[in-house]
Design a protein around this ligand. Structure first.
Ligand code: P6P
Length: 337
């Protein structure tokens, strides 16, 4: 099999990026490579998830006599393990852990960055073989280098993110991440075991014809949101006919599709849960950063997601993200109400 040598691997790409900034320390490039390594390990387990029953159900011992962990716990441990033993991260926050984990060793305390993760978003979909993903967010520390990271390093607004990205374990496995220089996508090339640049400089189309929302909650959404969803279904042919509703129930898959094709993803608040379901720090902020860097928009229905000042590690927020034109359209319905 011919391997296309013109395609840059993630390592080659991050090193190339580093050459563009000679004064850079290489810590961020190293951090992204560490995340890519952990993602490859998670990918192996996710791909055989259906065999867990044979290999030993989560929480039991498998045929090799090893303890089988729930996949989201396994994923969490993989990302935490790689970053703890790297040289680029002082600590992590994760959906799987109540509190931050500060690595607090001499090397880690000198690291400039902290990371937050949803290590395996949508993990309930594994049992039915629906795509799932990892979401990550990287900040420069505000605490003193040389000392342990603090909670304040993690409670920064999303507009302070240095980088953010996701891995989608789907029909192929992709890692997509954004820095201030743009958004790039890498597809795992199994023949060489490397993420290879497949989607350079991703741009989110200003308009799309896909809207993603859980219609089951429709009657509990605020009036402006209900009006907008109804309008999506009533689009007349003069502007290209009604939109298509696509909702996988795995945010990484839904937002990735809309990022590439154009569209809007909504997880609104409801009368019984006004802050919705999604987490600000490690689900909404990373995707807001990525989609904005690709030319789209992301709000909580009132303000820009990236401008929200967090107060708690696991706080939730209503979430609207996608093509700029469609987001403006939504906002016009919400404002009217
Ligand atoms: P609902 C998965 O559990 C998740 O966190 C997101 O990936 C997904 O978009 C959302 O929840 C689905 O939630 O309430 O529509 O099933």
């Amino acid at each position: 099999m011919l391997v296309n040598r013109n395609v840059q691997t993630l390592d080659e790409f991050t090193i190339q990026e580093l050459r563009n900034f000679p004064r850079a320390t290489g810590e961020l490039s190293g951090l992204l490579r560490d995340i890519g390594l952990a993602a490859k390990r998670v990918n192996v387990e996710v791909n055989k998830a259906g065999l867990v029953d044979i290999l030993g159900d989560a929480g039991t011992m498998n045929v090799q006599g090893e303890e089988v962990k729930k996949l989201d716990v396994f994923a969490n441990n993989q990302f935490m393990g790689v970053l703890r033993h790297g040289i680029s991260c002082a600590g992590i926050g994760s959906e799987e852990m109540d509190d931050i984990v500060v690595f607090n060793d001499e090397v880690s305390n000198k690291s400039k960055y902290i990371c937050m993760f949803d290590p395996l978003d949508g993990s309930s979909n594994i049992d039915v073989n629906v795509s799932i993903g990892t979401i990550f967010s990287i900040y420069r520390r505000v605490s003193e280098l040389g000392k342990p990271a603090t909670l304040q390093d993690f409670l920064q607004p999303g507009n302070k993110q240095v980088a953010a990205g996701y891995i989608i374990y789907g029909s192929s496995t992709m890692m997509v991440y954004a820095t201030r220089r743009g958004v790039n996508g890498f597809t795992l090339d199994q023949s060489i075991g490397e993420f290879s640049l497949s989607h350079p400089n991703i741009q989110c189309p200003d308009w799309g014809k896909i809207y993603s929302v859980n219609h089951g909650n429709f009657f509990r959404y605020q009036p402006g949101v209900k009006e907008y969803i109804t309008a999506c279904q009533k689009k007349d042919s003069s502007n290209g006919g009604p939109y298509t509703q696509r909702y996988i129930g795995s945010m990484v898959s839904d937002v990735h599709r809309n990022l590439i094709k154009g569209g809007i993803f909504m997880y609104p608040g409801t009368t019984d849960k006004p802050n919705g379901k999604l987490r600000l720090l490690y689900e909404c902020n990373p995707f807001a950063f990525i989609v904005e860097k690709a030319g789209g928009k992301a709000t909580n229905g009132e303000i820009r997601i990236l401008d929200i000042q967090p107060t708690k590690l696991h706080q939730r927020t209503p979430f609207f993200v996608g093509s700029a034109g469609m987001m403006d359209e939504l906002e016009s319905y919400i404002d009217k109400k």
